[in-house]
Design a binder for this molecule. Structure first.
Ligand code: ZN
Length: 136
């Protein structure tokens, strides 16, 4: 698959699924010298979220959530890679045309007031990919 000329999405963040947001944020603050954001609860996604620099940490609200099941299966580990776009709707249609399975054809609210959608790992080299549109 060649990269179309119109695609030029910068990396926005990477996300790690963790069992303790506080413990892991402290580690990454020591590593990077950056300060964590105030944790946010995203009920619809079943997670508590905080960022340390460009790394997002996801703590499941309970073991039955999608991130809870992810940790049961794989342990705390890389959860997704996120690219930033200024126009998530047209990126969704471009990526669908290129054969990617879009998990949320209608983008939904993510952390920090972003609009987000995800590409299924089975069509994206085994890793969950997030598209992020920042508030304008
Ligand atoms: Zn993310």
């Amino acid at each position: 698959m060649s990269a179309p000329a119109e695609a030029n999405l910068p990396l926005d963040h990477v996300a790690i699924a963790v069992t303790s947001l506080e413990e892991v944020c402290s580690l990454y603050e020591l590593i990077s010298g950056e300060t964590r954001t105030t944790p946010e609860v995203l009920e619809a996604q079943g997670v508590r979220v905080a960022f340390v620099g460009s790394i997002e940490f996801l703590e499941p609200l309970n073991p039955e959530t999608s991130v809870g099941r992810f940790i049961s299966a794989r342990g705390p580990s890389l959860h997704h890679v996120a690219y930033r776009t200024a126009d998530i709707i047209s990126e969704i249609s471009r990526l669908k045309k290129n054969g990617f399975e879009v998990i949320d054809p209608e983008p939904r609210p993510g952390a920090k007031g972003h609009l987000v959608t995800f590409l299924h790992p089975s069509t994206a080299g085994g890793v969950l990919i997030e598209l992020v549109q920042h508030p304008s």
